[in-house]
Ligand binder design. Structure first.
Ligand SMILES: NC(=O)c1ccc[n+]([C@@H]2O[C@H](COP(=O)([O-])OP(=O)(O)OC[C@H]3O[C@@H](n4cnc5c(N)ncnc54)[C@H](O)[C@@H]3O)[C@@H](O)[C@H]2O)c1
Length: 443
C-alpha cells in the first residue's frame, strides 16, 4: 500500500482542487491523486455493508480510517479490516471529528437513511458509494442528483451487477441491434413486498432496546416508533415497512431495471406509472404487484415512448410475451426485451439469450464495480452509474411505490416540475415529512 506523507498529499490535493475549481466544481474534491491513498470510512458495517466495505478496502490504495454503525453489536466483523480505525455510532460525529481525514464513504444503511447521510457527506466534499435504491423517495433521489453535481464528487450506486459480464453483455447486445429497436420491456423478480417480519402492522407494544443500538439514530428521518424486537424492523426486515424500505421494487428495481436503463440509454423521467397489486395498508408494501411505466423513447426504442412492465411476488410475463424457442425457459427473475426482430431474455444475473434461431451473444468481460469507484475517486473520472444515473433510476423505482397508493390509476408525471399532474393527493408520496432534527434541505 503506497502512503504519501500527509503534508505532500494535502499540498497535491490543494493544487488539484484549485485546478478543478476552474471547471466549476465548487466543493472540495478530495483524493484526486492516483499515487495517493483514498481515506475511506464505511457507514453501515454488517449485512450488505460488510461486503461493500470489504470489497472497497480490497483496493490497494484504500485505507479504512473509520467505521460507523448505529448498532455496535454489528461492528465485530468489520474491525479486523482496520483494528486501529475508530468506530462511531453517529455518522455526523464521525464526519465532524475526522474532517479531512476522510476522503470517501460508503453508505450501506437501510433505504430511509441513504439520502440524509449521503447528502451530508457530499456537502462536506466526500466521494460517496451509496447502496441501491439510492433513496427512499423520489424527491430525495432528485436531491442526490443535484448535490452530486454541485459538489463535484465521485459517486456510484451500489448496484454491483451493473459491472457484471451478464448485464454488460446485454447492454452491448441491445445497442448492437441484436433484436432491432425495442418495443417493450418486461422485468420481474420473485421477491414479495412484505412478509419478512411476518407482520402486516406495527407490534402493539415495544420491546427493550438493546444496549448496543442507538434507536433514535436508526429511526432517523422517519416518525419515531418503539423498537419492535429483533428482526421486526432491524436488521434486514425494515424493507417491508413503508417508513423505512421500498418493497420488492425498491429492493430489486435498481438491479433489474439497470441494464434496461443502460441498454436503452434512458435519461428521461417516466411519463406515467400505474400499479396493480394484491392490496396494502399504510404500513407495509403489497405482496404481489404489477407496475406499468411509460418512459420517453430513445435511439434504441421503436417509438417515441416505451412501455416497461414490472412484476413481483410471483407474477411474471406470460409465455405469449416471451415467445421462447424449444429448450429455452424463463428464469426466476430477469427481463425480456421485446424487439422488432425478436426477444432478448436477460436472467438476473446470467448471460442473456435471444429467441432467434442460430443467434448467439458473445459475452463481454466483467469489471470490478467497487474498484471502479475507488479508481474514479483517485482519478477524478466519474464511473458510469453515478448519482445522476442512479438518481434517475431510483426516481422511477420510487414512482412505482407512489403509484401503489393509488392502485389501478394511471398517474401522469412531470419530471421537470417533479409533480404528479393528474392527482394532487399523490404528490405527498413523492416526499415525506421529516422528523424534527433530521430534516433534509432542498438543494
Ligand atoms: N447491492 C445489493 O446486492 C444489496 C444486497 C443487500 C442489501 N442491499 C442494500 O444495502 C442496504 C443495507 O441492507 P442490509 O440488508 O445490509 O440491511 P441490514 O439492516 O442488515 O444492515 C444495515 C446496517 O446498517 C446499520 N445502520 C442502520 N442505520 C444506520 C445509520 N443511520 N448509520 C449507521 N449505520 C446504520 C445497521 O445497524 C446494520 O448493521 C440497503 O439499502 C439494501 O437495499 C444491497
Amino acid at each position: 500500500m503506497t502512503c504519501n506523507s500527509v503534508a505532500s498529499r494535502r499540498a497535491f490535493l490543494k493544487t488539484s482542487v484549485a485546478a478543478a475549481s476552474a471547471f466549476a466544481a465548487p466543493a472540495i474534491v478530495r483524493g484526486q491523486n492516483l499515487n495517493s491513498q483514498l481515506q475511506f470510512a464505511g457507514i453501515g458495517t454488517d449485512g450488505k455493508g460488510f461486503s461493500d466495505i470489504k470489497l472497497i478496502a480490497s483496493h490497494d490504495k484504500v485505507k479504512c480510517v473509520a467505521f460507523c454503525d448505529v448498532d455496535l453489536s454489528r461492528t465485530a466483523k468489520i474491525k479486523p479490516l482496520a483494528p486501529e480505525a475508530p468506530v462511531y455510532q453517529d455518522y455526523k460525529k464521525m464526519l465532524d471529528e475526522l474532517g479531512d481525514k476522510i476522503d470517501a464513504v460508503s453508505v450501506s444503511t437501510p433505504d430511509h437513511t441513504h439520502a440524509i447521510i449521503s447528502l451530508d457527506a457530499m456537502q462536506r466534499g466526500k466521494h460517496v458509494y451509496c447502496q441501491k435504491p439510492l433513496t427512499r423517495t423520489v424527491w430525495e433521489a432528485r436531491q442526490m442528483r443535484l448535490q452530486a453535481k454541485k459538489s463535484g464528487v465521485i459517486t456510484r450506486m451500489g448496484n454491483q451487477i451493473h459491472s457484471h459480464s451478464a448485464y454488460r453483455t446485454a447492454v452491448k447486445a441491445i445497442q448492437d441491434g441484436i433484436i432491432g429497436k425495442v418495443t417493450a420491456v418486461h422485468s420481474w423478480v420473485g421477491t414479495t413486498g412484505h412478509g419478512r417480519s411476518g407482520l402486516l402492522d406495527k407490534p402493539a407494544k415495544g420491546e427493550a432496546i438493546p444496549k448496543s443500538l442507538d434507536w433514535n439514530l436508526w429511526i432517523s428521518v422517519a416518525p419515531m416508533r418503539p423498537y419492535g424486537g429483533n428482526r421486526v424492523y432491524h436488521p434486514f426486515t425494515w424493507r417491508d415497512w413503508q417508513d423505512f424500505g421500498s418493497g420488492a421494487i425498491g429492493d430489486f428495481g435498481c438491479h433489474l431495471l439497470d441494464p434496461v436503463y443502460s441498454a436503452l440509454n434512458i435519461t428521461g423521467d417516466p411519463l406515467s406509472v400505474r400499479s396493480e397489486h394484491t392490496g396494502m395498508n399504510d404500513e407495509v408494501w403489497p405482496a404481489q404487484e404489477t407496475i406499468k411505466y411509460i418512459i420517453p423513447g430513445t435511439q434504441y426504442t421503436a417509438s417515441r415512448s416505451l412501455p416497461i412492465t414490472w412484476y413481483d411476488g410471483g407474477r411474471r410475463p406470460s409465455n405469449g410475451i416471451a415467445k421462447l424457442l424449444p429448450g429455452q425457459s424463463l428464469p426466476g427473475g430477469g427481463s425480456i426485451f421485446v424487439g422488432q426482430n425478436g426477444n432478448m431474455i436477460l436472467p438476473h444475473y446470467s448471460q442473456p439469450f435471444v429467441n432467434i434461431e442460430g443467434v448467439k451473444i458473445e459475452p463481454v468481460e466483467s469489471l470490478d464495480h467497487y474498484h471502479g469507484w475507488v479508481d474514479g475517486c483517485l482519478s477524478g473520472k466519474q464511473p458510469s452509474d453515478g448519482f445522476e444515473y442512479g438518481g434517475h433510476l431510483t426516481e422511477a423505482v420510487q414512482l412505482g411505490n407512489v403509484a401503489a397508493h393509488f392502485p389501478g390509476e394511471t398517474l401522469e408525471f412531470d419530471g421537470i416540475a417533479l409533480k404528479i399532474t393528474n392527482n394532487s393527493d399523490a404528490n405527498k408520496y413523492l416526499t415525506r415529512d421529516y422528523r424534527t432534527g433530521f430534516e433534509i434541505a432542498s438543494i
